[in-house]
Write a new protein. Structure first.
Length: 507
């Protein structure tokens, strides 16, 4: 009995002793792209005041510089993941990376807020194609098990490092000029593109009966995701109970219902709904939404606290996050062996536990800086959590999935990250806004600080929810990951055969 996983032609063979030089080169290119994707999510935050001043943007316009990227990224990930499976992962990845580089250059040169927002949307759109394509290139180039786990731990922690280091780089570059925060990704993306043309192996496109383009599913699924992200981003401004918000949610529900109906009947669906029979898939996606959503809300509150209440500069704020990013970078090659030994549920649970403790510890903040006693321990715990959770979630989501569906599950997981980030950031913002104008002394530093605490409580509660979801997986055996499928062709499978069968997700 053979495994459903194959190695992409030209990728080289990863032996138990190590990887080929080409595989190392491919992995570095993919890591660079994911680093840039994550970098762009966080790097713009510290530069927003300077952008508003130079381009004369209102607060409502300014938030779209952040939301425009999230809208393009989160809204098109499902389509990007399936496009990688159908059109060829290498082709989709390289084209999207070229678009990302061009949009980065445009964003650094424009003198219009509208063009800057448009460039951010285009960058998010391109990231929606590079992220799932890059992850599926890894999962089809490295054999499932310790070798793939090691590759994924390096890859995903590069993404976590990019997100953590984005604030640090933004603080440094904003001191020179905010345009450099937009321009920096362009040359890095170009170098990665040139290297990728030489190093990334070609992958066959899907052909044959039952393979094609699910246009109705793409339209309804992408439309539902785009509208959902747009609605939750706008809800704090127009009101969660407004007719516009409620009407948008109703349309989202209708589109999702249509999407499910289409996918159930389609011969070549955008998402094979049978993948949700895997409890590990469900836990990975819900955990991803909770983890990233809580962290985005936390970062938003901490940035406001440090700059608005403590009076720290952009650079000082960025340096406060440095320990978290440094810890993620140092731990990048050590997560794979942990997963091999303990399994993804235990590693993810440990990461969520560190996350919860870090958030709860931060509730002790006051108007007097307490870096050594409160801020630094919280950052170290968050760094440890990122290092543990991000790689493990990606391993859990992609284990036991056939090669021709790796792009699909990668896009699904990344969609969970981005949609979770948008939803929980909107909720945290709404909670803080609702508490900002109440009580005596409204508008004073103490009142502002008091309005942040309910937001931190929400962030902590979301992390606790993610921990509880993860703990449900500890009742199962650590190995194998997936759904056991009995073979109809062999009456007495060996132990190795049973392990291979166990990672096949049933249709």
């Amino acid at each position: 009995m053979t495994s459903p996983h194959t190695t992409v032609p030209g990728a080289g063979t990863a032996s138990e002793q190590g990887w080929s030089p080409r595989q190392w080169g491919t992995l570095l290119v993919l890591c660079a792209a994911l680093f840039l994707d994550a970098l762009d999510v966080s790097m713009v935050g510290v530069a927003l005041p300077s952008i508003a001043h130079d381009l004369d943007l209102s607060t409502s316009s300014l938030q779209w510089i952040v939301s425009g990227y999230i809208l393009g990224y989160g809204g098109l990930l499902l389509l990007g993941g399936r496009a990688a499976d159908l059109l060829g992962r290498r082709r989709v990845f390289l084209i999207a990376l070229a678009v990302f580089a061009a949009a980065s250059l445009l964003g650094g040169l424009v003198d219009s807020g509208e063009l800057l927002i448009a460039s951010r949307f285009i960058k998010g759109l391109s990231a929606a194609f590079t992220a799932p394509a890059g992850l599926s290139i890894i999962t089809t180039s490295f054999a499932e098990g310790p070798l793939r786990n090691r590759a994924l731990s390096i890859y995903t922690t590069c993404g976590a490092t990019g997100f953590s280091m984005g604030l640090v780089l933004s603080g440094l570059l904003t001191e020179v000029g905010w345009r450099w925060t937009m321009l920096l990704p362009a040359p890095i993306a170009l170098v990665a593109l040139v290297a990728g043309l030489r190093l990334i192996p070609r992958s066959p496109r899907e052909h044959g009966p039952g393979r094609g383009y699910d246009l109705p599913g793409a339209l309804t699924g992408t439309g539902a995701t785009l509208l959902l992200v747009f609605t939750v981003v706008q809800a704090p401004e127009v009101g969660w109970a407004s007719a516009r918000t409620l009407g948008s949610f109703a349309v989202v529900a209708a589109l999702l219902a249509a999407f499910v109906a289409i996918e159930t009947r389609s011969a070549h669906p955008l998402i094979r709904l049978g993948v949700f029979r895997s409890a590990d898939q469900i836990r990975a996606n819900l955990g991803g939404a909770a983890f990233f959503g809580s962290y985005v809300g936390f970062q938003f509150l901490v940035t406001q606290y440090m700059q608005s209440l403590l009076g720290w500069s952009a650079l000082q704020t960025a340096l406060a996050f440095l320990p978290a990013g440094a810890l993620v970078a140092v731990a990048s090659t050590r997560i794979g062996p942990l997963v091999d030994r303990f399994g993804t549920p235990r590693v993810i649970a440990a990461g969520f536990a560190a996350l919860v403790v870090g958030y709860v510890l931060f509730l002790r903040i006051s108007l007097t800086p307490q870096y050594a006693a409160v801020i630094l321990p919280s950052m170290l715990l968050l760094g440890a959590a990122c290092a543990l959770v991000f790689p493990s979630l990606n391993i859990q989501a992609t284990n036991g999935v056939k090669d021709d569906e790796q792009g699909m599950v990668s896009g699904l997981l990344n969609t969970s990250f981005q949609v979770g980030g948008a939803i929980f950031l909107a909720i945290v913002t709404a909670v803080v806004t609702a508490n900002a104008g109440h009580g005596t002394g409204a508008g004073t530093p103490q009142a502002v600080l008091d309005s942040y605490r309910p937001g931190l409580v929400v962030v902590s509660a979301v992390a606790v929810g993610g921990l509880l979801i993860t703990l449900t997986g500890l009742r199962r055996r650590r190995e194998p990951y997936g759904i056991l499928v009995a073979s109809s062709t062999e009456s007495a499978p060996t132990a190795a055969d049973a392990t291979a069968d166990a990672v096949v997700v049933a249709d």
